[in-house]
Design a binder for this molecule. Structure first.
Ligand SMILES: [Fe+2]
Length: 418
């Protein structure tokens, strides 16, 4: 069954064959580079149901290319192993039964070496296909290959966030990879927060031009944006410490009901991966943060990350502000003095993850890529420090359940203009 739909945004302006083949090699190598610091043991374990082992990510991204490009479009393609689709299909009902997500960490077999061989098998077939497909077939395939590469980049980020959670469960708090050597120089100070005013208007929202976009960024449409102010930078760890010191986690008034229930039931008192001064794993007499480089002193000027939507809303309420809507965030993207929009952290918005007006599910398996998750989640905008360069953009819509703390998620404030 062909998955391409000429009306799909996936089909918009796919790059040329040589460019895509080159990008294919770079992205696939990039995934292996992300996994390179990890041992085979690191790559097999799953620390919670929401995360997946690195080995599974390495295989799943290959399965996606196999299922969406090679199987439907290359009649002579020989599958690497007929059992792999069951193991490495994530959530595509149209592509058959699958191994339960919470049990991905039980797959000690196939071994990592077999997964590397699987990747090489798929790469060989993909490169041959991209070099030899006739033009009619390539017309159908190009946008799917491009989707497969953007999908792989999403998993490059997930490998990093998933492994961070796994390593955080180890009492030795090992580093994912070596980081910069700490210096004795005092941390720099964040610039004073400035409020940027934006006039209300009917604004065009969503992807509509050339270049790749996921279907959830379309169709471009008109949205009424009321006058608002938005912070020119992200909320810092130092500002979040002030919220904590003011009883941020002890006063229900600032919290949404579900957020306060999480504070109570989970004993929350700080962002995920923060270590209290008396933490027995690494006592230091001051707050520290566990990250990809291991345990490091908290930098009060750095953006606070690993907070849930609930924590972001509580901080905003304490600040006499609110979170921006995703439309406000997108409008603010082009303001001349706004900073830290891409590359630091995903930024929670006050917008529920909903289809844009006119959103239409596509035919075929890629129909399940985004649309079926459009309930019960919040939109995050931006891109994080783990997002591959060039992957984020102004119209990108990430989405997670509001309690999520294991993603690199932070806070940008907004306010109404009366
Ligand atoms: Fe996936």
């Amino acid at each position: 069954m062909p998955f391409a739909d000429p009306s799909s945004p996936f089909a918009a302006a796919a790059p040329g064959r040589a460019e895509l083949a080159s990008r294919y090699a770079a992205v696939r190598a990039g995934t292996l580079a992300v996994a390179q610091p990890l041992s085979a043991e690191d790559q097999c374990v799953q620390s919670m149901a929401e995360t997946s082992p690195t080995k599974w990510h390495l295989a799943h991204t290959s399965w996606f290319l196999e299922a969406v490009v090679l199987q439907p479009l290359v009649p002579a393609y020989q599958a690497f192993d007929p059992h792999y689709p069951y193991l490495f299909n994530s959530y595509y009902e149209a592509l058959g039964a699958r191994h339960p997500r919470p049990q991905r960490g039980l797959l000690t077999r196939p071994p990592l070496a077999d997964i590397h061989a699987y990747r090489a098998h798929v790469d060989s077939a993909m490169q041959h296909f991209m070099a030899t497909a006739d033009n009619a077939c390539w017309q159908e395939a190009a946008s799917l290959v491009e989707l497969g590469l953007h999908h792989e980049e999403q998993h490059q980020e997930l490998i990093q966030t998933d492994i961070l959670h796994l390593l955080s469960c180890n009492p030795l708090l090992p580093a994912y990879r070596p980081g910069p050597t700490p210096t004795d120089s005092p941390p720099h100070a964040a610039p004073a927060l400035q409020w940027l005013a934006v006039a209300g208007d009917v604004r065009a929202i969503g992807h509509g031009g050339p270049g790749f976009a996921f279907d959830n960024e379309t169709p471009r449409h008109q949205a009424l944006v009321h006058p608002f102010q938005i912070a020119d930078r992200l909320v810092t760890c130092g500002e979040y410490l002030a919220f904590m010191a003011d009883g941020g986690y002890r006063h229900a008034d600032w919290w949404l009901s579900d957020g306060w229930a999480a504070v109570q039931s989970q004993g929350l008192c700080a962002p995920a991966y923060w270590l209290a001064p008396d933490d027995p794993r690494a006592p230091a007499g001051e707050w520290q943060v566990f990250g990809p480089h291991g345990v490091q002193a908290l930098d009060p000027a750095a953006p606070v990350t690993h907070v849930s939507f609930y924590e972001a809303c509580a901080f905003a309420e304490w600040s006499c502000a609110r979170l921006p809507t995703e439309f406000e965030w997108e409008v603010a993207f082009d303001l001349p003095h706004i900073a830290q929009m891409l590359g630091h952290c995903w930024q929670w918005t006050r917008s529920a993850y909903e289809p844009y007006p006119g959103f239409r599910a596509r035919s075929g398996a890629v129909r399940e890529y985004n649309g079926k998750f459009m309930v019960g989640q919040q939109v995050l905008r931006g891109a994080s420090s783990a997002t591959p360069a060039g992957h984020g953009r102004k119209t990108y819509r990430n989405f997670f359940p509001p309690a999520t703390r294991w993603q690199i998620s932070g806070i940008r404030l907004a306010k109404d203009i009366a």
